[in-house]
Ligand binder design. Structure first.
Ligand SMILES: Cc1cc2nc3c(=O)[nH]c(=O)nc-3n(C[C@H](O)[C@H](O)[C@H](O)COP(=O)(O)OP(=O)(O)OC[C@H]3O[C@@H](n4cnc5c(N)ncnc54)[C@H](O)[C@@H]3O)c2cc1C
Length: 461
């Protein structure tokens, strides 16, 4: 006999876990299925383990920079196996904490793949049992997309495997230009690998402000990361001393120990029974939803990466929460997908919110640009050759700050707080009226007085 629940959640990641807990808090009988590990991409093989590796990689600079401040250190040694073991221990702890939180919220966890048998029935693949559900939430996330098969594709790893490499590669080639590719390039570079980044476009971080892209590229190159743009990997051959990587770019060849593709992610929709249930996909292959995350079937909802709106953890969590408030809490709640602050945990870090200069010029009649590039104070003594970039995009008619872009230490931390001001529609004058905290890098954000440029759209003839 099949069990009956008010809500069945498929996928215990960022969005699914939040939705399940909140819905249960409203008194709903909730079941959640997870086919891999509770916590999902972010906790198990995304944001969290990545940030731990980022921390590890940044010690290299600290050791080097210490000399300028009078420290003499013995030759530092790094052990990849220790880092991975400690990281795995922390991920196990987090998985247990997520499981305990779900159980405490009276959510029933099913450790299995789950698929839709029809629009009200979920099949637990491990047992073959079925569950009747009044509402279903698809929160299955996304997975790496490695593009079309090339010769030697069996040697390619994705970010999933990068977290479990047996040893630190001496030479790694990473294909991709998005934030995951850039972050892993700086992680491996900091840990001592020889890194080549290969990207088919003309510059890394497509979609970011052009100046952020060129500034970061310059900084990565100063650190010794080789960046090859307008090229793709055409084939990989295993030879005695590693992997022979052949590029489209004049058939350049690079020797590597590891080849990683970070060439985008696709929504996890395959084999889910969506068609049987009548759930429609959009033109990009993600689940199509309305502003309340409702699919083409009125009692089936979808949140997070599987809907491919803004593929970030806080967004998935917010969507999951809003779904539970709307459907089980009697509080119809929308998620605002504009002005989402975001960071790239490269070295140096990137933090951005709002419009790029190009987007602002396309959307607004008058745009003022303020910017500053400077050497971070710490590096006056360390001698490190690096510069911070801070840039404001301001609506020239209303004085409202519509974009902020930072490349430099702690940019991620800064943009979280700047995000509040931008969300509150702060003007440039509001920033200017704020007293500086001295000496900090972020004081530059409230002391940028000189306009760098003004773009005025010519009235149509
Ligand atoms: C390397 C990397 C770094 C990242 N770094 C950041 C970052 O710094 N900041 C940030 O905000 N975001 C980051 N992200 C993105 C973030 O991880 C995702 O946006 C977020 O996890 C999406 O949450 P979700 O709930 O949609 O899906 P997920 O967290 O992916 O959860 C989906 C879950 O569903 C399970 N599942 C799938 N199909 C089924 C099925 N049929 N039955 C049962 N279970 C199923 C999966 O196993 C998974 O556990 C990163 C991603 C990656 C890959």
């Amino acid at each position: 006999m099949s069990e009956e629940v008010d809500l069945f959640v498929i996928g215990a990641g960022s969005g699914g876990v939040r939705a399940a807990r909140i819905a249960s808090g409203y008194g709903a009988r909730v079941m959640i299925a997870e086919e891999y590990r509770v916590g999902g991409t972010c906790v198990i093989r995304g944001c969290v383990p990545k940030k731990l590796l980022v921390y590890a990689s940044r010690f290299a600079d600290e050791f080097e920079d210490a000399a300028g401040f009078g420290w003499t250190l013995p030759e530092p040694k790094f052990d990849w196996a220790t880092l991975i073991a400690n990281k795995d221990k922390e991920i196990d702890r987090l998985e247990k904490a997520y499981t305990a939180n779900l159980e405490r919220s009276k959510v029933k966890i099913v450790k299995s793949r789950a698929v839709l048998a029809d629009s009200h029935t979920v099949k637990i693949v491990a047992t073959g049992e079925t569950v009747r559900a009044k509402h279903i939430l698809v929160a299955t996330g996304g997975g790496p997309s490695l593009g079309k098969d090339i010769e030697g594709h069996e040697h390619v790893i994705s970010s999933n495997e990068a977290f479990h490499l047996k040893e630190l590669p001496r030479r790694i080639v990473i294909q991709g230009g998005g934030y995951i590719a850039v972050e892993f390039a700086t992680i491996f570079n900091g840990l001592g690998s020889e890194v080549t980044l290969v990207y088919r476009g003309d510059n890394i971080l497509r979609g970011f402000d052009d100046e952020v892209r060129s500034h970061l590229r310059g900084e990565l190159e100063k650190r010794g990361i080789k960046i090859v743009t307008k090229a793709i990997i055409e084939g990989i051959e295993k030879v005695d001393h590693g992997l022979d990587v052949c590029l489209s770019d004049h058939h350049q060849q690079i020797m590597a120990d590891t080849v990683m593709f970070a060439t985008g992610r696709r929504p996890n929709v395959k084999g889910l029974g969506l068609e049987t249930a009548g759930v429609k996909l959009d033109e990009k292959g993600a689940i199509a939803v309305n502003e309340f995350s409702r699919t083409s079937v009125p009692h089936i909802y979808a949140v997070g990466d599987v809907t491919d709106r803004v593929a970030l953890t806080p967004v998935a969590i917010r969507e999951g929460h809003a779904f539970a408030d709307t459907v089980f809490g009697g509080k119809p709640t929308l998620v605002d997908h504009t002005n989402v602050p975001t960071a790239v945990f490269s070295e140096p870090e990137v933090g951005v919110i709002g419009l790029t200069e190009a987007q602002a010029i396309a959307q607004l009649a008058k745009v003022d640009i303020y910017k500053s590039t400077f050497r971070p104070m710490k590096h006056t003594l360390s001698g490190r050759d690096t510069r911070t970039l801070m840039k404001f995009i301001v609506d020239g008619h209303t004085d409202r700050v519509v974009g902020v872009h930072i490349v430099g230490p702690d940019a991620g931390e800064m943009i979280q707080l700047i995000g509040i001001a931008v969300k509150m529609k702060a003007t440039k004058a509001d920033f200017d009226a704020t007293m500086a905290v001295h000496p900090t890098a972020s004081e530059e954000l409230v002391t940028m007085r000189e306009k760098f440029a003004t773009h005025v759209r010519q009235a149509a003839e």
